[in-house]
Write a protein that binds this ligand. Structure first.
Ligand code: FES
Ligand code: FES
Length: 155
């Protein structure tokens, strides 16, 4: 059964008609055309598909698009200001927090949510906040340093 929904993605409203079983991940990747969020495990384990839904991080592989109807979705594409990277994105690059890049969109979404929720998170709090995002390449230290640097630079 196809259902009409409105997905508000990165400030733009998309009127879509989707199968009721379509996940938020595939609605955004296939119907909207934003492919930053990745499918890793498709089982809420890796965090590669993470998006913000009304400011809270969700694993979009395990979330139905119809559940996001009328709500605000932010993907990694929404973090930069046009061609200008967000401070967090620059810090990831500067600290070697990006290698193959597969986990990076989800990492950036989790870190963005943390920095919104906490003014000055400790290293432990950063590691806990990112614990739902798996990375096979970086060893995590560069990612954690990047988040801490951005947090400290604004306080
Ligand atoms: S693809 Fe969604 S958590 Fe892994
Ligand atoms: S940079 Fe490759 S999985 Fe994280």
């Amino acid at each position: 059964m196809r259902v009409p929904i409105t997905l508000n993605v990165n400030g733009i409203a998309y009127e879509l008609e989707l199968e009721a079983s379509t996940t938020l991940l595939y609605a955004v990747r296939d119907a909207v055309g934003l492919t930053g969020a990745k499918e890793g495990c498709d089982d809420s384990e890796c965090g590669a598909c993470m998006m913000l839904l009304d400011g809270k991080p969700v694993n979009s592989c395990s979330y139905l698009a119809v559940q996001a109807d009328g709500r605000e979705v932010t993907t990694v594409e929404g973090l930069a200001d046009g061609e200008t990277l967000a401070p967090l994105q620059r810090a990831f690059l500067e600290h070697g927090g990006v290698q193959c890049g597969f986990c990076t969109p989800g990492m950036l979404i989790s870190a963005t949510a943390l920095l919104e929720a906490s003014q000055s998170p400790s290293e432990d709090e950063v590691r806990i906040a990112l614990s739902g995002n798996l990375c096979r390449c970086t060893g995590y230290d560069g990612i954690v340093k990047a988040v801490l640097e951005v947090s400290q630079a604004r306080s």
